[in-house]
Design a binder for this molecule. Structure first.
Ligand code: MLT
Length: 205
C-alpha cells in the first residue's frame, strides 16, 4: 500500500497507524500525529480504493452503507500490510496505535472488530459501526479514544454510543469525547485525544 514511514526519535513510543478520511492521502494526518506525540513513529497509509478520484480504505454502496465483502477483504489487506511494514521498518507489532479519521476511523474500527492483537490502542475520530451482527474478538484492556460530534450528520450520536458499547462489551476501555462541530475534526478534539493518550500510555511529563 502507498505509505509514508517516519521513524520516531523515541523508538519505545508507539507507532501511529495513520488512516485518512475519504478523499485524503497519507500526508493528511501527519500534523495531527505530530501534535499528539512528536516523538512517536508514524506509518501513514493511503487507502487502496478510489471513489470518483477520492482515495478510501474500502468500497461503499452509498453514503453510510458499506460493501461488507470489500470491507472484510480490505481489512485483511491492511492487517497484512502492517505486518509487512513491521518487518521492513523493524518496529514492534505489539506497539501499533491507530489514529483514523472518518473512513480511516472506520477501517481502524474494522481491524478491532475482526482481529485480536493487531492494535495496542486506537484513536477513532468520528467513527461509525463498521459491521453489525458479528462477535468481536477479545479487546481486553485495549484503550480506545472516540472523538464524536453530538451533531455529526454522518456518524450520528446513537451510532457513536452503539460503537462504544460494542467495544466496551468486548473488553476495551473506551473514552468518548464529544464536540459540536458536525463531522469536522477540531483542535480541541485533538487536544483531548493527546491528553487521553498521555494519561493512557503514561507519557505525561
Ligand atoms: C465512510 O464511508 O467510511 C463514512 O461514511 C465516512 C466517510 O464519509 O468517509
Amino acid at each position: 500500500m502507498k505509505h509514508i514511514f517516519q521513524k520516531g526519535t523515541d523508538e519505545a513510543k508507539p507507532v501511529f497507524l495513520l488512516l485518512h478520511g475519504t478523499g485524503g492521502t497519507e500526508t493528511d494526518l501527519l500534523p495531527i500525529a505530530g501534535m499528539i506525540d512528536p516523538e512517536a513513529s508514524f506509518l501513514s497509509v493511503r487507502g487502496n480504493v478510489v471513489e470518483n478520484g477520492m482515495p478510501r480504505f474500502f468500497r461503499r454502496l452509498q453514503e453510510g452503507v458499506f460493501d461488507i465483502e470489500d470491507l472484510i477483504l480490505r481489512t485483511k489487506e491492511l492487517k497484512d500490510f502492517i505486518e509487512e511494514a513491521a518487518a521492513t521498518y523493524h518496529f514492534d507489532l505489539q506497539n501499533v496505535v491507530a489514529v483514523g479519521y472518518s473512513n480511516g476511523a472506520n477501517i481502524a474500527g474494522s481491524l478491532l472488530f475482526h482481529y485480536e492483537n493487531v492494535l495496542r490502542g486506537a484513536i477513532l475520530l468520528h467513527p461509525m459501526v463498521p459491521r453489525r451482527g458479528v462477535a468481536l474478538p477479545s479487546l481486553a484492556n485495549v484503550p480506545i479514544f472516540i472523538g464524536a460530534g453530538d451533531n455529526d450528520p454522518i456518524c450520528l450520536p446513537e451510532e457513536t454510543n452503539e460503537l462504544s458499547s460494542l467495544l466496551t462489551d468486548a473488553g476495551a476501555k473506551v473514552a468518548v469525547h464529544w464536540e459540536s462541530f458536525g463531522h469536522q475534526l477540531t483542535r480541541t478534539e485533538i487536544e483531548a485525544a493527546k491528553a487521553w493518550y498521555e494519561e493512557t500510555f503514561s507519557l505525561g511529563r
